[in-house]
Design a binder for this molecule. Structure first.
Ligand code: SF4
Length: 700
């Protein structure tokens, strides 16, 4: 039962808007924007303002555990005791026979921090494998590597409050007008009030964000590094660089300078498919600005050269000295609500909790001591795509999937389906029967959803917020932390007998003490009574940290920021050829969230973009004899998709676009964009290359 009025945070994107939850006369949840919240100041986007439908509608919810005794048996309802005893017995027997690396967990940037922490402690500390990865691998892992290489740690330097202090924005590989709408509203308002503010957008598509820009650089997919280096060259040649900052606070400038001077701007313009004058114009706007903010999302991260794109962009903040001061800095736009919280607790196969490094022996020892275990396995775990490869090949036998729907979201879905069919034991812990992944489960565990459990999340600007439990979960659904802890105890592991979620949070906070993400002075009481805080919060009474690196001291061994040279200027993805002449790029639409298990239930969110369509340029449409509205078949090396065409100038010639949300359950398997996507990943971040798959198109 909801009390009169409670404050919480939106469960969708990384903007992290504050929401007030009430109940109406019919005892139904209603939501409104929190006017006092520092992020959204009362505003909500279409997804956030319809969250009450999701909270009130339990028609698709998983209500009790279901299990099958073998692959040939049907699923049947079982008790929690039977379900978790079976899970523990199967995991024990597989680990005994095949070793700890034969099992793994695949979790989510939508999990709360406590859930993420416990799943990591269980896997890395007690099961003895680092096979725990997350759908954040598909989202932010290239940005994580970029930050670590440049600043020495995965640390977003700035705040949303810096938006109102900046006069130049480079938005690249992102469409915040649709995907981070409240953040974009703040940007629009700032520009309306300050018409001299300049917005540059880099995107192969003419999105709503691009339509709002002063300058749109409609580059060819994958050419970002060449563009950013060309901007760097122009800044250097025009003397629009901060020599004092470069000299005193950075390393690696000489090598960077050599690289940017290696390609003429005219040549870069040809490679990128844009005009030379526009590159120069962009550089001059950036170089003459007082406050320069770069913003980016999946267009950079989801690439076989995602890390190179990130470091090349970060170099522009360094060369202009636009870091650690008001209204300036690089700002990665997180897709999921708690992707950053997941990174804090070591939620990926190559990370340890509190930003410690799995490859560092001292860090492994410290984490092992904190958890009271003998050691942490030094072998990096399998990343998201590697885990499903291992299930397909039989190297991994069992997988536990929580709060994510890989049967829609992973690249090359047909391969993922084979992996799931080949797995010996699949546990799916979720809230909705609409998830395509549930269909492959040997054990289905009903989880509590938004408002049905408590915990914290961290948004894109390092802001930690507390989400209260305000309604009871339907049926027998339980909070994820309870499920993980119950399983751990049935495995015979000590250290999981918590009396509350708060106790788990306190343990995590204690672990952060003395680190760069120290929140040891931020407890539930403060979060409940004082609101949200940006980490670090490392002293008694500390009010949080709005901006990092104001002292120009970075987290690298030299304390200086590092210019990293891109290892290649090329996009190393498989290039188009005669058989597959077009480049497919995929992405999100305005009113849907990920795989539509929540937003897909809300009728009014379906009106804006009711069905998936293929966006295709008029020149390509003419070439392939396709008219607007025709059913088209898109063929790639991994599969095919059949949807109607939308012929539009908004997409660059040679490029086609499909939205990523639709899965088999909601329509049919020929709507899934990921039937087509390739299996390339960035060699360092292991993030998949969703933005560059070669395809052909014909009228069906
Ligand atoms: Fe929720 Fe993001 Fe919309 Fe804010 S912008 S209401 S966090 S989906």
């Amino acid at each position: 039962m909801v009390k009169n009025e409670v404050k919480t945070t939106c469960s969708y994107c990384g903007v992290g808007c504050g929401i007030i939850v009430k109940k109406d006369n019919n005892n139904k949840v209603i939501v409104e924007g929190d006017k006092d919240h520092p992020v959204n100041k009362g505003m909500l986007c279409s997804k956030g303002m319809n969250l009450h439908y999701v909270a009130n509608d339990t028609s698709d919810r998983i209500l009790y555990p279901e299990m099958r005794w073998s692959k040939s048996h049907p699923l049947e309802r079982v008790t929690w005791d039977t379900a978790l005893d079976r899970a523990a017995s199967v995991f024990k027997s597989i680990i005994k026979k095949h070793g700890p690396d034969s099992v793994g967990f695949y979790v989510s940037g939508q999990s709360l921090t406590e859930e993420y922490y416990i799943a990591n402690k269980l896997t890395k500390g007690f099961l003895g494998t680092n096979n725990i990865d997350t759908n954040s691998r598909l989202c932010m892992s290239s940005a994580v590597v970029g930050y670590k290489k440049t600043f020495g740690e995965d640390s977003v330097p700035i705040s949303y409050a810096d938006i109102e202090l900046a006069d130049c924005f480079l938005i690249t590989g992102a469409n915040p007008a649709w995907c981070h709408p409240i953040l974009f509203r703040r940007l629009e308002k700032h520009k309306e009030e300050n018409p001299d503010v300049k917005i540059i957008v880099v995107d192969p598509r003419k999105t709503d964000t691009a339509n709002y820009a002063d300058l749109h650089l409609q580059i060819l997919p994958g050419t970002d590094v060449v563009l950013y280096n060309a901007i760097g060259r122009r800044l250097y040649e025009q003397g629009l660089i901060d020599e004092d900052f470069i000299y005193k606070h950075t390393d690696g400038f000489a090598a960077y300078k050599d690289q940017i001077l290696g390609t003429k701007i005219s040549k870069a313009a040809k490679i990128c498919g844009i005009e030379e004058k526009d590159i120069k114009k962009a550089a001059d706007i950036i170089g003459l600005s007082k406050g320069f903010i770069s913003m980016w999302a999946m267009g950079l991260n989801q690439s076989v050269v995602g890390v190179n794109k990130n470091v090349a962009l970060l170099n522009l903040s360094l060369i202009t000295g636009q870091v650690g001061k008001p209204g300036s800095g690089p700002f990665s736009l997180t897709g999921q609500p708690n992707a950053m919280g997941g990174r804090e607790v070591g939620g990926m196969a190559n990370l340890l909790a509190v930003h410690k490094d799995l490859m560092n022996e001292d860090h492994r020892r410290e984490v092992a001591q904190f958890w009271g275990v003998e050691k942490i396995n030094p072998k990096p775990g399998l990343t998201a795509t590697e885990m499903f490869d291992a299930l397909e090949s039989g190297k991994m036998k069992a997988v536990w999937i929580a709060c994510t729907n890989p049967l829609v979201s992973l690249p090359n879905i047909n391969k993922v389906e084979k992996a799931m069919k080949n797995a010996k034991f699949v546990v799916v812990q979720d809230i909705s029967h609409k998830s395509d992944t549930v269909k492959f489960a040997d054990l289905i565990l009903p989880a509590a959803g938004w408002l049905e459990k408590e915990g914290v999340m961290t948004n894109s600007e390092r802001r930690v917020s507390y989400l209260p439990k305000e309604i009871d979960a339907p049926g027998e659904a339980r909070p994820d932390v309870e499920i993980f802890c119950d399983f751990a105890q049935r495995m015979g592991f000590r250290g999981f007998n918590y009396s509350s979620t708060e106790e788990i949070y306190d343990e995590y906070c204690a672990m952060t003490k003395g680190t760069n993400i120290d929140v040891s002075y931020l407890n539930y009481d403060r979060l409940k009574s004082e609101g949200t805080f940006q980490w670090p919060v490392n002293q008694y009474g500390h009010k949080g940290t709005d901006r990092l690196f104001q002292d120009k001291v970075f987290y690298t061994p030299s304390k200086k920021a590092i210019f990293n040279v891109a290892t290649t200027l090329e996009n190393t993805s498989t290039q188009p050829n005669g058989e597959y002449p077009l480049i497919l790029t995929t992405g999100r639409i305005r009113d849907q969230w990920h795989t539509m298990t929540k937003t897909g239930k809300v009728s009014r969110l379906k009106t804006h973009y009711p069905k998936p369509v293929l966006e295709i340029n008029p020149v390509d449409a003419y070439l392939y004899k396709i008219k607007d509205g025709d059913i088209t078949e898109i063929n790639g090396e991994n599969g095919k998709v059949r949807v109607r065409a939308k012929v539009t100038e908004a997409i660059k010639k040679g490029v086609v676009f499909l939205p990523m949300h639709w899965g088999k359950q909601l329509q049919n398997d020929l709507n899934r964009a990921n039937n087509l996507t390739n299996t390339h990943v960035d060699p360092v971040s292991k993030e998949p290359d969703f933005k560059f798959t070669r395809v052909n198109v014909c009228k069906y």
